[in-house]
Design a protein around this ligand. Sequence first.
Ligand code: NAD
Ligand code: UDP
Ligand code: UDP
Length: 323
Amino acid sequence: MSISKQILVTGGAGFIGSHLIDRLIATGADVLCLDNFYTGTKPNIYHLMDNVHFELIRHDVTFPLYVEVDSIFNLACPASPIHYQRDPVQTTKTSVHGAINMLGLAKRLKCRIFQASTSEVYGDPKINPQTEDYWGNVNPIGPRSCYDEGKRCAETLFFDYHRQAGLDIKVARIFNTYGPRMHPNDGRVVSNFIVQALKGEPITVFGDGSQTRSFCYVSDLVEAILRFMDTPKECPGPMNLGNPVEITISELAERIVEMTGARSQIVRRPLPQDDPVQRRPDISQAKAELDWQPAVPLEEGLSKTIAYFDELLSGTPAAKFSD
Ligand code: NAD
Ligand code: UDP
Ligand code: UDP
């Protein structure tokens, strides 16, 4: 694998970042993990603290950073609606100023840089599945805009640095991803439903539950990210990464109740503003360029995630969990 040796991962104490670091270290890389612990947690990286190939910096990407590395994965940004809406101005700053700083760093170092973009750039999409050439349907002034427009602007910056400064970029549009180390209180649907089911609390389906999402298990996503990072410079993306198996939120609730054996009732709550009605990636490009497609079926991924939260809620240290 041609991924270079000294690797910076921003947002490395988060859900996806910590899994990515595990894989990078397993391939023999030295990783510099940067995080301001806004949503990431130390337990996600405890198991790496004594590893000589791992180094941690507490830093906010909205401030300049001067380090020497061979490649950069930029994942720093709160990802769940309740977290990114808590301080929306900071969310936009993280996406936009963070991108500028990491791109400036990559420009000085002449190194490859990966951006964790999102399916949210498609907003509430009018086409299904979403292909990379779709420009999206995004509200610029709603409660989700700080995240959606911040990530869209970051994509603009990545492609302008690519065109203007010849930067070697990899922009991935990540679709809903789940697995161990999701934050139990981050409000995302998979973690919410599993935690509610395990506690015997009502399962909160927003709206009528007919909205759809397509859920990718974290190990599949990390594999795709690594393969993408290893493609030639002529393959900058944007590239959809996700699992194209689409499911309604009601069906997901039922599946989790069944799998946990919970006695929870399914209850309805109001649908948040601008909640996308449907979402499913067209992954033809990833299949062709990366020779990749998801390998973990929803049932298997959910059962690993349920086992993780079960141990977490019963007080067992969660750090040992990986893929
Ligand atoms: P997460 O919240 O677990 O991880 C984000 C990490 O970034 C956290 O550790 C957080 O503390 C850190 N962070 C936030 N603001 C920062 C700042 N200003 N400076 C430094 N660190 C900061 O979320 P995640 O699910 O692991 O998401 C990782 C990335 O992938 C994010 O950029 C997110 O937008 C993107 N993404 C995730 C999904 C998904 O389904 N999980 C989908 C699309 C895109
Ligand atoms: N930057 C950084 N580390 C570096 C180089 C740059 O954090 O090693 C930041 C710095 O804040 C700068 C931004 O990246 O303003 C953009 O850098 P660029 O060289 O593109 O533009 P500049 O603002 O320096 O003209
Ligand atoms: N959702 C839900 N109940 C919850 C949390 C979320 O019904 O407790 C719904 C939410 O309205 C959305 C879908 O599940 O339609 C996915 O939400 P999530 O916040 O996980 O991700 P995103 O909306 O960013 O795709």
